[in-house]
Design a protein around this ligand. Sequence first.
Ligand SMILES: [Zn+2]
Length: 277
Amino acid sequence: MMLSCPICKKDEKVLLYDVSMRLYRCSHCDHTFTVVDTSYADKKIYSDAYFDSSHENWFKFPNFPLFDRIHKFILKSLKNNDFKLLDIGCGRGDLLNYLHQKEPKWDLYGIDTSTQKSDNFKFIQADFAQSSFNQKFDVVTSIMCIEHIQDINLFVDKIIGITKPEGLIIITTINAGGLMYGLARALHKIGISQAFQRLYSEHHVQHFTNKSLKALLENHGLCILSQKNPNYRLASVDYPKTYPLISGCYKIATAITFGLSTLLNNGVSQEVMCKRV
Ligand SMILES: [Zn+2]
């Protein structure tokens, strides 16, 4: 089967990377992606268990340092306070609730397929990729969402389509070129695969490096203002449910990896601030 890379569209450079996880890697732009045969909506993989059990810490300890950086970036970049912001895949609305607390006058919108309710922002229950909007936004955020999307070119096109000229687009995702991912791949090669399976689980179908995310956004004409690799909060990491001793080892290894990768500016996530030109 010939597959073409979703980013650089080259097929001769795409190689099967891992059979069991159906992972393919493009050697030209370093992008890794999962080939899926059925739509995620059909598989119902975003059940309550996704929020409550397997991602318990992730949702219990929201990424306030990131929310603070987004808040400051918007304040610095937009001169007036009269604008609309949409958060794609807003989940429970952690970012929007944070921004509302800081700036009660901001006009905040969130879209997600799950059922949410909030007085702090206007919630649209829908699949972003299949929705049409009769308004444009000054700021569009997408926090840890693009790695779940199969058609990333359509996704970026849609984001650009609903963003006003000169508007801001903020995207965060995982950093497959980070230390944590490198370690997980190295362990997988010697038969210790739990971390690898966790990081490359079926929820994540796009594994961006700095290079591949930059290429995707620039291919669509966006101007990248900054691209960083921060870690998220250590408390928000979820570990595989296993024996306490093994779980303890995971926690220590993660803490060391987070510390080292913070020093090297090669953390587990990517944070890109862009402008629509
Ligand atoms: Zn490629």
